[in-house]
Design a protein around this ligand. Sequence first.
Ligand code: CU
Length: 606
Amino acid sequence: MSGAVPHVRAPLSILVMVQNCRSRFSFKPSTWPMGCSMLSLRKASPQSNGTNVKCLSIKTRLRHEFFSALQCSKFFNMYQLSLASAALLALLQPVSGAVFPPRPGVLPITLNIENKNLAPDGFTRSMIVANGTYPGPPILATKGQTLRVTANNKLTDGSMRLSTSLDFDGIFFTGENLYNEGSPFVTTCPIGPGASYTYEVPLGTQTGTYWYHSQLSVQYLDGLRGPLIIYDPNDPLGHLYDVDDESTIIQVGDWWHNSSVPLLQQFNDTGIIPVSDSGTINGVGRFNGGPEVPFPVINVEHGKRYRFRIINQSVRSVFTVDFDKHPMTVIAADGVPTQPHVVNTIEMLAGQRYDVVVTANQPVGNYWFNAPYVGGSAARNPNQNATLNRAVLRYRGAPKVEPQGPFTAPILDQGFLLESDLRPLFPQPAPTPTHNLSFELVVTDGLAVWHINGVQYIPPKDPTLLQVLEGATTNSSFNEHENTFVFPLGSVIQVDFPPSDDDDAHPFHLHGMNFFVVKSNTSDVINTRDPIRRDTVASGQAGTTIRFVLDQPGPFFFHCHIFWHMQAGLGSVMLPDPQGSRKIVRPGPEWDALCPAYNALSPEQQ
Ligand SMILES: [Cu+2]
């Protein structure tokens, strides 16, 4: 990559054209409003050796109304990274698939998604893993970077889905970049076996604890899940801890010995979610009667303070975590910093994350980290023993033995985290809603069928975003089962989940943004003054109310993070401003190719 770097006065409207097979840009620059920075576009020249350059033209007009003062820097980042690098450079990339060298600010990651026999809890099974490990390799980014994640689908084992798609759980997406968001049949089509896709994900100003997983069907139960951490070099809570690195990531999840395709068939046949065989902590677990797989070890040093980033990567189960004799100071929920709040025990639903600080201030020794779990009736699966899900917190200098004493179940009435007790570090009042929705979640007894207000979500063949690009504009553009709600840009949506009598609380998760938890399932208090913001919230027996601002156009998936429930119908799509989406979203040819390729696959290959 070489050539001139034309500096363009940052534009109010810009016309970008790439013509023919050579890199000819024509700009129609004018000036940025509100003093945005200069925009620089690096011109990529075609390879002089005559390699084919993709022949495409792109015409983008950016509208003035997107450049409010608040959005200025956000938009600038997005523009520079998404449009300039992703669209222009991708278009000019030789068809042979040459890889751009790493650039400052870009974090290139390759995930080879493949089948492999592993035994997380001592039982060997074929799995779906990224780069050979369960959980997948940690994606460790720094604030402001752009992830460039190339997923190479090398799946061959037909007992699991052969296609795949990655979700970057909790990461914010702009309307322009929504096509890289990875939700099958909402913003994209799955990646078929043998195919690849590169997700370009600018992280903007986001920081915190996130994760990635397959978003296709219940495929992530086969192992395709891993952490995604965005470190903040100027963390406002950085003075509270000494250690925050790969060793302080704690991933818990439920685990099955069978594969997702037969398990899903079993669910569809009976209406009963298959109960997991075990749980894992950082990919290691035990089951009744299984081998004594060594418990995972979390190493600490006396006197130091550790920022543990705890991620519930389960497909269904609720995990309740505590450290024996070590209280936890909660400092973030779902990536959003909170005012420090000391607890002993935290209940985590599927998809939720908590960052906690733990001080290694006990006598040098070994202590249990307990993570028992609940997901359905354990009596249905004799393999399951939730009390075997634990790890060893080991002080430096302690003997390499298991902690003394029995496993102790967490004491629920003492120091138990109530979500409603959390306050954001930077409080904002909840905005006033412009639209109200009420989501009543009802199961059909004996069937794997769930409804939201009587509607079972069934994904369309063409992703919502593709339909938008092809002209879908109103609620009636979508069939009932797409459960899609069109709103004007800037709408503030309030969603009420009325109290339910379900055994499971449903962890509702919104893609691409987070929401204000105005009423938590853990409290009767309505808090519009300083509610926490998160992206996955329990809706259950006490009722829950959330609000979110739809300030980016395009379809955002909103679903239960118990993927069995999502698969059975607990899904919906928030669709602000489809016309606006159509004007600004410009997926590249790699995205365009996904649906035709997927639709051409046999059902077994999908
Ligand atoms: Cu659910």
